[in-house]
Design a protein around this ligand. Structure first.
Ligand code: ASP
Ligand code: MG
Length: 423
């Protein structure tokens, strides 16, 4: 199967299904595509994933999770009551899933924290999709619910599972079979299964990636991520007043932006789409008529607007030898070996004659480990609470504006990009 299929893949995140009116809005958007074949990937409702994380943690440490569990249950039941009133069929699958989840919670936790996490946290997506699908059926859309734990095969790196692409082809065929009979397949983002049938997850915010995986496997015509912003913006509207929408950008530019920390799309999302030339639309679920953004092959539009990406909570670590000897290749090799073993991601680095500096995300646990191991051989100094600012397609005026009244700790410029660590 290589020719582009006519299937469109949609992704709706937690904010787009956080209350009953939001679910109704999703149904209205889907109605606009009547007669088309859609695969719809949906996240857990609102902040459910965070709450399930708490429940998992409490259970694992043998603490009381029951009040929080009741809260999540009530939250979903209230949404169902608003959607279905007292039509019991609307509640049935949700109640079933809550029963299954409760059964898991009542059994003693296994020893593997991450494995238990995936068993529990995956229910956010299962429950959310069950409710949305029941509502679509109620409003007479031709929709079927599919369990992504049977569609997406992964390895068993729990909480951070890697996709087994060929192992997922059976799942793709199930979807194709289902789409012979129905117009819409509703499934979960973020979750999969390993070869033994254990539930796995792809890492936080992984639902975008699920949409890309399915689009790749199905040779979809396009992917659309429906969001509460009008498209891909040149800065985070939380921090910037005057954001500009990027109408069209290339896959390459999108990967760069996601890598530097732009939070619009999950960084892993682009690669499978780029490999098959499947365009990615980002559109507003609040204003579905608006044009949104498209990420595709062409680089024609990339240089028009500067983009600003801020990563907060950065730590600048400077590593030097005690005797002023050079930090040479052997030292760098050892340092990188450590970084890789601890899974510390380096956002920016610089070396001088006697020291090597890296900018990393704050993570107390990893940091402490890293410093301890480095101090066996090096002198380690660090600064916390810094911001890493990246500007793509920068000009001097904006650089000056952004660095005014701030202490510049490190700076790197290339033709397209300037990156600055500031206090
Ligand atoms: N529900 C998961 C999360 O909040 C996955 C996602 O929404 O992309 O991380
Ligand atoms: Mg989410």
């Amino acid at each position: 199967m290589n020719a582009q299929s006519r299937i469109k893949v949609f992704k709706f995140g937690g904010a787009s299904v956080k209350e009953a009116s939001a679910v109704e809005n999703v149904a209205n958007i889907l109605k606009r595509f009547t007669g088309e074949k859609l695969v719809v990937v949906i996240s857990a409702m609102g902040k459910t994933t965070n709450v399930l994380e708490q429940i998992h943690k409490a259970r694992f440490h043998k603490q009381d999770y029951k009040p929080v569990f009741k809260e999540v249950k009530d939250y979903h039941r209230n949404i169902c009551t608003a959607l279905f009133e007292n039509e019991l069929s609307g509640f049935a699958q949700m109640e079933n899933l809550f029963d299954n989840l409760e059964e898991i919670l009542l059994t003693p936790s296994g020893p593997d924290y991450d494995r238990e996490y995936d068993r529990i946290v995956s229910y956010g997506e299962l429950i959310s999709t069950a409710i949305v699908n029941a509502y679509l059926v109620k409003v007479n859309l031709s929709s079927a619910w599919m369990d992504a734990r049977r569609l997406i095969r992964t390895d068993n790196r729990f909480r951070d599972a890697r996709v087994n692409w060929s192992g997922s082809e059976i799942g793709r065929d199930h979807i194709l079979d289902t789409l012979e009979k129905k117009d819409i397949v509703i499934t979960q983002g973020f979750i999969g299964h390993d070869s033994l049938g254990n539930t796995t997850t792809l890492g936080r915010e992984g639902s975008d990636f699920t949409a890309a995986i399915l689009a790749y496997l199905l040779n979809a015509e396009s992917v659309t991520i429906w969001k509460d912003v009008p498209g891909m913006l040149n800065a985070d509207p939380k921090w910037f007043k005057d954001t500009v929408k990027l109408d069209k950008i290339s896959f390459r530019e999108a990967i760069e932006l996601a890598y530097f920390g732009a939070s619009v799309i999950h960084p892993k999302t682009i690669k499978p789409l780029q490999n098959k030339g499947i365009p990615l639309y980002i559109k507003s679920f609040i204003d579905p008529d608006a044009s949104g953004s498209v990420i595709q092959e062409s680089v024609e539009y990339d240089n028009l607007v500067p983009s600003y990406i801020f990563k907060r909570d950065q730590v600048l670590v400077s590593i030097s030898t005690r005797d002023f000897s050079f930090v040479v290749e052997d030292d760098l090799r050892d340092i990188f070996q450590l970084l890789s073993e601890l899974g510390v991601r380096v956002n920016l680095m610089e070396n001088s004659a006697i020291s090597f500096s890296i900018c990393i995300d704050k993570d107390e646990y990893k940091q402490e480990k890293l410093f301890e191991l480095l101090r066996a051989k090096y002198q380690v100094r660090y600064n916390e609470n810094l911001t890493l600012m990246t500007i793509r397609h920068y000009d001097d005026k904006t650089v000056n504006m952004l660095t005014k009244d701030r202490e510049l700790m490190m700076e790197q410029r290339s033709r397209q990009t300037i990156r600055m660590v500031v206090r």
